[in-house]
Design a protein around this ligand. Structure first.
Ligand SMILES: [Ca+2]
Length: 163
């Protein structure tokens, strides 16, 4: 029977001399692999996780194009074109439509250059819009929401904008 034959073959393979020593060649190969070099700190905005902690360029400001790429991916479902939600458009260069521009929800600047705490857009992403007399849903609506690492990088970008 085929079933019996397979079982016998499996048993032979499991108990054969090659069953267990397979790990040895992999272990021997490890020293030849390219070494992973982790710096003590991730202190360059280079889009790499320089200190191997799972976060890219943490503690450093986003570049404008990185913010735009996030907005393009997460916000343009609603914030684009003539019918844009809250009359906020984020396509193209978001800075043209946010820096020093008042939010219709709170009449606070969407981005107050040099001051993320006064920036309504930052609070909408952080879920703290009520602090600036705003409200509505945390953005992006339905999530995934920006985590503390991303919010910190956006805060640093805003804080670095000339007042
Ligand atoms: Ca890192």
């Amino acid at each position: 029977m085929a079933i019996g034959g397979d079982a016998a073959a499996d048993a032979a393979a499991d108990s054969g001399p090659d069953a267990t020593p397979d790990a040895a060649p992999d272990a021997a190969a490890t020293p030849d692999a390219a070494p992973i070099v982790c710096a003590p700190v991730d202190d360059l905005v280079d889009d790499r996780d320089g200190d191997c902690d799972g976060q890219i360029d943490e503690g450093l400001p986003y570049r404008a194009e990185q913010v735009q790429a996030l907005f393009d991916r997460q916000c343009l479902g609603c914030h684009v074109g003539p019918g844009a939600s809250s009359d906020l458009r984020l396509a193209g260069d978001f800075r043209d439509q946010t820096v020093g521009v008042l939010s219709l929800q709170s009449l606070q600047p969407l981005i107050a250059p040099g001051d993320h705490e006064a920036s309504y857009l930052w609070h909408k992403l952080a879920g703290t819009a009520a602090r600036l007399n705003g409200g509505g849903d945390r953005m992006p609506v339905g999530g995934p929401y920006w985590d503390a690492y991303m919010l910190d990088r956006l805060a640093r970008f805003i804080d670095a904008l000339p007042r």
